[in-house]
Ligand binder design. Structure first.
Ligand SMILES: Cc1ncc(COP(=O)(O)O)c(C=O)c1O
Length: 393
């Protein structure tokens, strides 16, 4: 490897030696193509004309009044596919094509990353194989159907807890035996080097647009940027351009605290300890023997017991702060924004909205907050209705 992929003590590549040649080949292609004018032009053309960038930055009157300062929403929910995931899958699928790979493989939890991968596979004429926990296949029917309509094969994973972490294990296992023709499209800023850096590269356009748009609309930089954190890709995307601008607070929001059923949920950075999962060193939810604890969240996209290593580093050096909101608070924020703004946020993004609503009174009237609204909530409607019924019963 040309780089060590470290963020302070976190990151690295803790994988079977069978995967090292595949990761080296990937790093080499990425380091070359990220500087290649033709590649960059092709990607920015697709981001603009196919996916719909730049996404709008919208001042929410209702939230501004409620929280007591200026609140803006970065509308990644309006990106083609319905979430920020498309920024990354377009970039990685183009890399795959330049590397001569014919098949995209990917894990998915809520189905958003799987859908975004299937979508770009259809666009670029590449085979797509998606690994998805059998429990998630049941919970996320509409996204499974979308993936199949795009022509992808969906492989249910029944091992372990039959959710996202097992789907990642299974995708890595498959990749190990099929590195020649397969490209693993990793869905977030976790996993072994070079994935945390590649995914960050493709998502940082979110923060670059925020910087330009907020200066144009508010005439200043934000006081704080809020984003939900599962593996951490939409948050790193929103934060990256501001890491060297210390006057902008960076706040990541995890699913945590007591949930609807009174159990402890998965706030990895707030409650985890350093350890190794899926090929990198980071904060992890684990028991006293180092066994991985299950994460449980009302939003399938935040149900991950690990987190990207750069977030672990940003937390340790104090550059970003991480808070947790409960399932109930996220559901309330989902309903509130839907009724007050006519915007149906993804349950994942609703965590960031809830954290800002919890900050009512914390900011001065002329402070400016940006929430990265990572995705739209259409995929969550059936789930929200069933949870609401449970609460009312
Ligand atoms: C809309 C949305 N937001 C956030 C996430 C969490 O992922 P990440 O932390 O990598 O942004 C997901 C994952 O599926 C998602 O679908």
């Amino acid at each position: 490897m040309r780089q060590d992929g470290r963020f302070g003590q976190f990151g690295g590549f803790y994988v079977t030696e069978l995967l090292i040649p595949a990761l080296e080949e990937l790093e080499e292609a990425w380091l070359t193509l990220r500087q290649d004018d033709g590649f960059r032009r092709e990607l920015s053309g697709l981001l603009k004309h196919y996916a719909g960038r730049p996404t709008p930055l919208y001042r929410s009157g209702a939230l501004s009044e409620h929280v007591g300062c200026e609140v803006y929403l970065k509308r990644e929910d309006l990106l083609h596919g319905g979430a920020h995931k498309t920024n990354n899958t377009l970039g990685q699928a183009l890399l795959a094509r330049h590397m001569g790979k014919t098949r995209l493989i990917a894990e998915t939890g809520a189905g958003q990353h799987g859908t975004a991968t299937a979508m770009v596979g259809a666009l670029l004429g590449l085979d797509v194989l998606i690994f998805m926990g059998a429990r998630d296949v049941e919970r996320q029917g509409p996204n499974v159907q979308r993936m199949k309509l795009f022509g992808a094969q969906v492989q249910p994973v029944t091992s372990g807890s039959a959710t996202l972490k097992d789907a990642i294990n299974e995708t890595m296992r498959y990749w190990t035996g099929n590195i020649q023709e397969s490209f693993y499209v990793f869905g977030t800023v976790a996993g072994p080097h070079p994935y945390p850096s590649i995914v960050r590269d493709f998502q940082q356009i979110i923060g670059q647009e925020i910087r330009a748009q907020i200066q144009e609309q508010a005439g200043r930089l934000p006081t704080a940027i809020y984003a939900c954190v599962g593996g951490g890709s939409n948050a790193i995307g929103a934060f990256a351009d501001f890491i060297d601008t210390p006057e902008v607070q960076l706040i990541g929001v995890e699913p945590g605290g007591k949930g609807l059923h009174g159990d402890q949920h998965g706030a990895t950075l707030c409650k985890g300890r350093p350890g190794c999962l899926h090929g990198s060193m980071s904060y992890i939810l684990q028991d006293q023997h180092g066994q991985i604890n299950e994460a449980h969240s009302v939003s399938a996209g935040l149900d991950y017991p690990g987190v990207g290593p750069e977030h672990a580093h940003l937390k340790d050096i104090g550059r970003a702060q991480y808070e947790a909101v409960t399932d109930g608070e996220a559901l309330d924020a989902f309903g509130w924004l839907t009724r007050r703004e006519g915007i149906l946020p993804a349950l994942e993004s609703s965590h960031a909205v809830a954290a800002v609503m919890n900050a009512r009174g914390r900011y001065k009237r002329d402070d400016v907050i940006v929430i990265n609204l990572s995705g739209r909530g259409d995929k969550d409607m059936a789930h929200v209705m069933s949870v609401m019924k449970e609460v009312q019963a």
